[in-house]
Design a binder for this molecule. Structure first.
Ligand SMILES: NC(=O)c1ccc[n+]([C@@H]2O[C@H](COP(=O)([O-])OP(=O)(O)OC[C@H]3O[C@@H](n4cnc5c(N)ncnc54)[C@H](OP(=O)(O)O)[C@@H]3O)[C@@H](O)[C@H]2O)c1
Length: 342
C-alpha cells in the first residue's frame, strides 16, 4: 500500500514508529510504503520507491525538519500532492480547523476521493463539516473514507456501529468525549481551580496551547456533529450544536455536586425529533449509578441508543497517541482488506 501522509505531527509520527517497530507484514500481510509526507510549515517529501521513515523521524526529533538536505524538499503543496502523486491511500492528519470549517483537510480528502483513492483520517474537521459530500464522493468513486480515530481516539466506535449493528437504526447518543475538560472537572471536584486544571492538562500534554477548543466546548461539538452526521444521517456542523463550555463552572459547584453524590460532566448528546437530528454539549450533573460517573481523568465514554438493542456504552480509559495511531492503522487495514493491496 503506497501511502501519502498529509500532516506529520504527533499521530503520524506514532504511526511511523509502529510501522518501524511492528512486523505488520508477518502479522497482517500488510506492507505500507510511504511515498509522500507533506506538512504545513515543514514542507514536503516525495519518493516513489518509499521514504525512509527512520531517517525522517530522527531528523524531526533532533532537528525539527523532515530532511537534512533542503534540496530534497518537494515543490508541491499538500493539495497538489493529493491531486497528482502516485499513491493508493491518503492518510490525512493535518490540524483541526473549526474557524476554517474543516479546511484545508476536506479539500485534501476530496482530491484523493475524486481520484478513487481511499482515505484514513483522524481529523474531525472534515467529518463534522463535510461528511455527506465526502461520503457521496467516496461512494461515487469506489473508495473508502474512514475516520475511526476522529472521535474517542481510535476506540472502535464507528466500527462498532457499522460492523456490529447492521440493520439497527441509531436513535441517539450521549457521551463524555473531551478528555481535557473531564480532567479539569475532576481536578475541580478536589478543590482545584479551572485555571490550575487547564495548566495541569497543558503540562500533561493533553490540552492545546490555546485551551478554548476544549474549555469552550468546540472539540466536543465537532465530535457531536461527527456522530450525528455519521450515525444518525444528520447534515450538521459544529456551529449547529447547542454548545456550552465549562468556563461557568466553579470549584464550589463541582465540590457541591460530589457532596450530593453527583459529578459534573461535560456531556455530548444527539437525539431525534421527528426526522430532525439535534445535538448539544452541556455541563450536566451525573448520578453515581450512571456509568459516566466512573469516567475520571481524561477517559471518555459514549452510549449508543438504537431501535434493536438496549443502550451499549463504550468506555475508553485514558487514551494516548498509541490509541489514535492504531485507530488509523486499523482503518488502513480495512482499506487493504477491501482493495486487494498489501
Ligand atoms: N493527538 C491526538 O491524540 C489526536 C487524537 C484524535 C484526533 N487527532 C486529530 O488528528 C490530527 C493530527 O493530530 P496531531 O496531534 O498529530 O497534530 P499535530 O501534532 O499538531 O500535527 C499536525 C500536522 O499537520 C500539519 N499541518 C498543519 N496545517 C497544515 C496544512 N494546511 N496542510 C498540511 N499539513 C498541515 C502540521 O505541519 P507543520 O507542523 O509543519 O505546520 C503537522 O505536521 C488532528 O486533526 C487532530 O485533531 C489527534
Amino acid at each position: 500500500m503506497k501511502i501519502l501522509f498529509i500532516g506529520f505531527g504527533n499521530v503520524a509520527k506514532e504511526m511511523g514508529r509502529i510501522f518501524i517497530e511492528r512486523d505488520l507484514y508477518s502479522a497482517l500481510d500488510f506492507k505500507p510504503v510511504v511515498v509522500g509526507i507533506f506538512t504545513g510549515r515543514h514542507g514536503g517529501l516525495e519518493k516513489k520507491e518509499g521514504i525512509e521513515l527512520k531517517e525522517v523521524l530522527n531528523e524531526l526529533r533532533l532537528n525539527n525538519r523532515l530532511t537534512a538536505d533542503e534540496k530534497e524538499l518537494s515543490s508541491l503543496t499538500p493539495l497538489e500532492a493529493a491531486k497528482t502523486l502516485d499513491y493508493d491511500v491518503l492518510v490525512e492528519l493535518s490540524a483541526l480547523s473549526i474557524e476554517g470549517r474543516g479546511e484545508p483537510a476536506a479539500s485534501h480528502i476530496s482530491a484523493a476521493l475524486m481520484r478513487g483513492k481511499s482515505v484514513a483520517s483522524a481529523n474531525k474537521g472534515p467529518v463534522s463539516f463535510h461528511y455527506r459530500e465526502l461520503k457521496e464522493l467516496a461512494e461515487k468513486n469506489g473508495a473508502l473514507y474512514l475516520f475511526e480515530s476522529a472521535v474517542m481516539d481510535g476506540a472502535p466506535l464507528f466500527n462498532f456501529c457499522s460492523r456490529c449493528m447492521k440493520g439497527a437504526s441509531v436513535k441517539g447518543f450521549s457521551g463524555i468525549l473531551n478528555g481535557t475538560t473531564n480532567f479539569i472537572l475532576s481536578h475541580m471536584e478536589k478543590g482545584g481551580s479551572l485555571e490550575e486544571g487547564i495548566k495541569m492538562a497543558q503540562e500533561a500534554g493533553i490540552a492545546e496551547a490555546d485551551p478554548s477548543m476544549d474549555v469552550d466546548g468546540w472539540d466536543p461539538s465537532a465530535k457531536a456533529a461527527a456522530l450525528a452526521n455519521v450515525l444518525m444521517g444528520a447534515d450538521m456542523t459544529p456551529f449547529d450544536v447547542d454548545r456550552e463550555g465549562i468556563r461557568t463552572v466553579t470549584t464550589e459547584m463541582a465540590k457541591d455536586a460530589v457532596k450530593r453524590n453527583m459529578r459534573l460532566k461535560l456531556i455530548c448528546r444527539g437525539w431525534k425529533e421527528g426526522d430532525a437530528v439535534h445535538a448539544s454539549v452541556k455541563v450536566e450533573e451525573v448520578s453515581r449509578d450512571d456509568v459516566f460517573c466512573l469516567i475520571s481523568h481524561y477517559g471518555s465514554a459514549v452510549r449508543i441508543e438504537s431501535d434493536l438493542m438496549h443502550p451499549n456504552t463504550i468506555v475508553q480509559e485514558c487514551p494516548d497517541l498509541l490509541d489514535t495511531a492504531y485507530g488509523v492503522i486499523e482503518d488502513l487495514i480495512t482499506i487493504r482488506d477491501s482493495s486487494g493491496l498489501i
